[in-house]
Design a binder for this molecule. Structure first.
Ligand SMILES: Nc1ncnc2c1ncn2[C@@H]1O[C@H](COP(=O)(O)OP(=O)(O)OP(=O)(O)O)[C@@H](O)[C@H]1O
Ligand SMILES: [Mg+2]
Length: 254
């Protein structure tokens, strides 16, 4: 199979949440491509649509409209089973809350995506788990359980689990959100190393410092991708609106 140059292509992507009478346009007309080997950060204020976008990219949710092509697969119109199969083969997920399984060892946690996939024999599985754990510097903790590891170590194991299936892209949602700054920086260094060794990464974060570390920064505001200048202007307008509201509030209370 030939691999397209772009791992991700979004064309006019939309997501509308319908709850009772209220329609929320979480994503509006999003155009985005991520090339093989790129490291992209997606950032923006709370509620701008970051998690929604990542869920759609990771085939955990479906768009309301527009086109999404993942590593050559046009994923619109696929059923849940087809989406699950493509997700398992093409996507490695890193969550904010590591999501390791407590009664499985480090080795078993990392092996899990391979057992779902099938067609990989035991010795090959063992070799791949070993390799993934070595890449994140956790091979010496193979027999430990998640509760016996620090937060930073747990997240490194979660990164190994995301890597082990050799996915086309790694998706990370606030990967440092549950870590102190030292462990957070260690995980960011690890992502940077993965990028340098050829992995394609897309990371969502509201932390501007971490967003800066990516090779390309995508800014999301109110469900739209905007350029840096527009983003700064919209944020300033938002801030002054908030200041005015707080001012009114104080006056009313005084
Ligand atoms: N299941 C849902 N039903 C209705 N509205 C939703 C649902 N999920 C998200 N939304 C709305 O969609 C918008 C985008 O939400 P999203 O979770 O993607 O934001 P975010 O950028 O990840 O925010 P944060 O930085 O706080 O995590 C918000 O206005 C949110 O209220
Ligand atoms: Mg979010």
């Amino acid at each position: 199979m030939t691999h397209p140059a772009n791992v991700i292509t979004l064309d006019g992507l939309r997501k509308v949440f319908q709850a009772d009478e209220v329609e929320t346009h979480a994503l509006s007309d999003v155009h985005l491509t991520i090339a093989r080997g790129e490291y992209v950060s997606i950032s923006g204020p709370s509620g701008c649509g970051k998690t929604t976008l990542l869920s759609i990219l990771g085939l955990l949710d479906t768009a309301s409209g527009g086109r999404y092509v993942l590593n050559g697969h046009d994923v619109a119109g696929l059923n849940a089973a087809q989406r699950a199969r493509i997700r398992n083969a093409e996507i490695g997920f890193i969550f904010q809350a590591f999501n390791l399984i407590g009664d499985l060892t480090v080795h078993e946690n990392v092996e899990l995506p391979l057992t779902y996939r099938g067609g990989i024999d035991t010795s090959e599985r063992r070799a791949r788990v070993q390799e993934a754990l070595e890449r994140v510097g956790m091979a010496h903790r193979m027999r430990h359980y998640p509760a016996q590891l620090s937060g930073g170590q747990q997240q490194r194991v979660a990164v190994a689990r995301a890597l082990v299936g050799r996915p086309a892209i790694l998706l990370a949602d606030e990967p440092t959100g549950n870590l102190d700054s030292r462990n957070g920086e260690a995980v960011m260094t690890l992502l940077d190393e993965l990028h340098k060794s050829g992995s394609t990464l897309c990371m969502v974060t509201h932390d501007a410092r971490y967003a800066e570390l990516a090779q390309r920064k995508v800014r999301l505001f109110d469900g739209r991708v905007v350029d840096e200048e527009t983003f700064d202007r919209l944020r300033r307008e938002d801030d002054s609106r908030l200041d005015a509201l707080i001012g009114q509030h104080i006056e009313a209370g005084a």
